[in-house]
Design a protein around this ligand. Structure first.
Ligand code: R5P
Length: 301
């Protein structure tokens, strides 16, 4: 049987911790890959043990506190090529958060469809991919862009369990049509009502939500759910509308908390009771742990 090895980058504490924890839960060896930057910004990587003949799982979120998305992509690509050239049997990328998936069409003339480019690069250097709730909107499945075995895990059940045990009699709101898939499934698991709003995005920083006239939120506990919170503008629009409609308590729950431009703090300032995310990306809202699901998937893989 081929031996499995889990690795995490030494310069990214969150990824290291996640990788170590997953390896422990899956009862698989863990080794750090030593990563450092030269003064000019170039990355230097070195495995801390032999990878020959092994299936190597590189665990790394593509959005981290310590590096930008493009650097993280280069790190996993360099690590994959290095593993292959050292004789690894297979290299699997475990990216709890898969970046670039929202750029799934040419929104403007001559614009890059970055999700396809990202997938083309990953198809070349990995034998497989495991990720959580990738942003599937115009693509219905990862197979539309990945030729390698790409596994999509979903944190919906974990979110539902958290909501069920933490909030009393909630009503779930999805901010836009895209959120229908997860908001509906989670509401079903929680056993509570759900409503989906309409959103129009003008720019990355400007969105408008169309509020429904008949939406009854008076004195209710409203849980706004989205797959990701980036600038927080989507959430903030819904928070304001829910307030106008008389919501008593407002909670924001997402899978991937990117929280750029101080989104977390800005949302808290609007009086939101709780902002929650999974730990696919390190942030202040990490309250739902995905390690166990990843460990089980790696054991099965
Ligand atoms: C959009 O398609 C996604 O599902 C999220 O609604 C969106 O990415 C959130 O972005 P932001 O926090 O910047 O409004």
């Amino acid at each position: 049987m081929v031996k499995k090895l889990v690795i995490g980058f030494s310069d990214s504490p969150h990824s290291m911790l996640l990788a170590k924890n997953i390896a422990k839960l899956a009862k698989i060896d863990f080794r750090p890959i030593k990563a450092k930057k030269f003064p000019d910004g170039e990355t230097n990587l070195r495995f801390s043990s032999d990878v020959k003949g092994k299936t190597v799982y590189i665990i790394h979120s593509l959005k981290t506190a310590d590096d930008d998305i493009n650097n993280n992509m280069m790190k996993v690509i360099f690590a994959a090529y290095n593993a292959k050239s050292l004789g690894a049997m297979k290299v699997i990328l475990v990216a709890p958060y898969l970046a670039y998936m929202r750029q799934d069409k040419r929104f403007h003339n001559y614009e890059a469809i970055s999700s396809r480019i990202m997938a083309t690069l990953f198809n070349r250097c990995f034998d497989g991919l495991i990720t959580f709730d990738p942003h599937l909107h115009r693509y219905k499945s990862l197979n539309e862009i990945f030729t390698i075995n790409a596994k999509r895990l979903s944190a919906d059940r974990l979110l539902a369990e958290y909501i069920k045990k933490t909030y009393k009699k909630p009503i779930i709101i999805g901010p836009d049509e895209e959120s229908y898939q997860w908001a509906r499934d989670i509401a079903k698991m929680v056993g509570c009502p759900v409503d989906i709003l309409k959103k129009h995005r003008y720019t990355a920083e400007s969105v408008r939500i169309k509020i429904k006239a008949d939406l009854d939120l008076k004195d209710k506990s409203v849980v706004i759910i989205d797959d990701m919170i980036s600038t927080g503008h989507t959430m903030m629009e819904v928070i304001k509308d829910a307030r106008k409609l008389g919501a008593k308590k407002i909670y924001c729950v997402c899978i991937h908390g990117l929280f750029v431009e101080n989104a977390y703090e800005r949302m808290r300032k609007l009086g939101v009771k709780d902002v929650v995310s999974t730990n696919t990306i390190e942030n202040k809202a990490n309250k739902i742990d995905i390690s166990k699901m990843l460990a089980e998937e790696i054991k099965r893989n």
